[in-house]
Ligand binder design. Structure first.
Ligand SMILES: C[S@@+](CC[C@H](N)C(=O)[O-])C[C@H]1O[C@@H](n2cnc3c(N)ncnc32)[C@H](O)[C@@H]1O
Length: 217
């Protein structure tokens, strides 16, 4: 049980009792009330700028960021249980107490769960491209998402997006062009920006990576 939240349920239905599983169970954050914004002070032991990794997958990126920037706090958002468990175990194994993971639909988190104007950087890395036209409404980057994200970002907060999928990137460019309250910012090659699990595969295949950085104005 998470002492902060008695309603917290274990990430693994069969809690083996081994210390790593128990520590990993503390990394997942299950809100006590899904209709209230999460009080950030219950998430982390230390205050610090908050970054979110939306669709964090198996967590190579968020773990590397949390290790590199121990003065910042990180929330991973991921809907797949197996991936959530993997991230939680990595964070517990490396004793990264500046990571929490939410297994909740990402648009809901952005619009309703995290406090408004609380996020310094939102990372959206290799979101599902949904290539079929009739699936395009499922794409994460949409005008409504940008509006909700604008409310979530702190003043001067940033969105950083990467994808290997050119058609989706062209779609994003159109959404970004009409998104109110953002400016495009240069994003020079940055060796300190960790590679994600998916990105590693795409790079190994020699695929180009498209990226965009926007700042809230
Ligand atoms: C293509 S993967 C990329 C994962 C990771 N960012 C990386 O680059 O390795 C997209 C991830 O987003 C998650 N995802 C997709 N839609 C989601 C949603 N609506 N809410 C939360 N997670 C979502 C998927 O489960 C998947 O793990």
């Amino acid at each position: 049980m998470n002492p902060d939240h008695p309603a917290q349920i274990p990430i693994d239905p069969v809690v083996t009792g081994d210390p790593l599983s128990q520590a990993a169970a503390q990394v997942e954050y299950v809100p006590a009330d899904f209709f209230k914004r999460v009080p950030l002070e219950t998430l982390f032991s230390k205050p610090g700028p908050l970054e979110v990794d939306i669709g964090c997958g198996e967590g190579a990126f968020i773990a590397a960021m949390a290790e590199r920037y121990s003065d910042r706090n990180f929330v991973g958002i991921e809907r797949l249980l197996g991936r959530v468990n993997t991230v939680c175990r990595i964070a517990a194994h490396r004793r990264l107490d500046n990571i929490r993971v939410l297994r909740v639909e990402s648009s809901y988190v952005v619009e309703h769960l995290l406090p408004r104007e609380s996020v310094a950087v939102a990372h959206v890395l290799f979101p599902d491209p949904w290539p079929k036209r009739y699936h395009h409404p499922r794409r994460l980057i949409q005008p409504a998402f940008m509006k909700a994200l604008h409310g979530l970002l702190a003043p001067g907060g940033e969105l950083r997006v990467k994808t290997d999928d050119q058609p989706y990137f062209l779609w994003m460019e159109k959404v970004f062009a009409t998104a109110e309250g953002f400016e495009r910012v240069d994003w020079p090659e940055d060796p300190d920006y960790p590679v994600t699990n998916f990105e590693r595969r795409f790079l190994a295949q020699g695929l180009p990576i498209y990226r965009a950085r926007l700042r809230k104005i």
